[in-house]
Design a protein around this ligand. Structure first.
Ligand code: NAD
Length: 161
């Protein structure tokens, strides 16, 4: 049985990914790990096969919680957990740093400690720019960055001055 650990699995894209993975890989088991913030909704995971899908409520920045939920022989961690609504960072950046930066670091550390060989970080085209409409096109570590928007605060600055 192939085991996947999907963080942010109760969110918009994460939940669609969980459904797709269960459908496409019939021999897989998924742990969805999600803090259920204002953006998470368990209804998104409604009706899934309980034999192959387990939900764990937890914070990716909580090392013990991640460690406890990460099952042995996990093939890949796929991280969708994020503070994703950028405009909220203008009001307070704390949760963004905690989840998007520290949380990702905790997941990477736990992956290494457990020997998880694949880590997939879901980000946004606002960092990398858009890919050409070409099936062969893909991003890698040395690919060009073409940031479209560094952050909302910078964009707003001219409006405030
Ligand atoms: N929605 C889009 O159109 C879009 C486009 C490009 C990239 N992305 C990126 O994809 C990723 C997921 O986007 P989304 O739209 O599904 O976001 P979302 O806001 O719908 O879901 C995020 C999920 O993460 C969970 N979460 C937040 N903080 C957490 C924490 N500390 N620990 C555990 N879980 C936590 C939330 O409860 C929620 O279920 C983000 O990185 C986002 O930037 C989204």
């Amino acid at each position: 049985m192939r085991r996947f650990f999907v963080t942010g699995g109760a969110g918009f894209i994460g939940s669609a990914f969980v459904r797709l993975l269960l459908k496409e890989i019939t021999s897989c088991e998924i742990t969805s790990f999600d803090a259920l913030t204002y953006a998470g909704n368990l209804d998104n995971l409604d009706g899934l096969d309980e034999g192959r899908h387990h939900f764990v409520k937890g914070d990716i920045a909580d090392r013990d919680a991640v460690s406890n939920a990460l099952t042995p022989d996990t093939e890949a961690i796929v991280n969708f957990a994020a503070e994703s609504h950028v405009d909220r960072s203008i009001v307070s950046a704390d949760e963004f740093i905690r989840t998007n930066v520290l949380g990702t670091q905790v997941l990477l550390d736990c992956a290494r400690a457990r020997g998880v060989r694949r880590f997939v970080q879901i980000s946004t085209d606002e960092v990398m720019g858009s890919l050409a409409e070409d099936e062969q096109a893909f991003f890698n570590e040395v690919g060009e960055r073409d940031a479209r928007r560094s952050n909302s605060a910078l964009r707003r600055r001219p409006e405030c001055s």
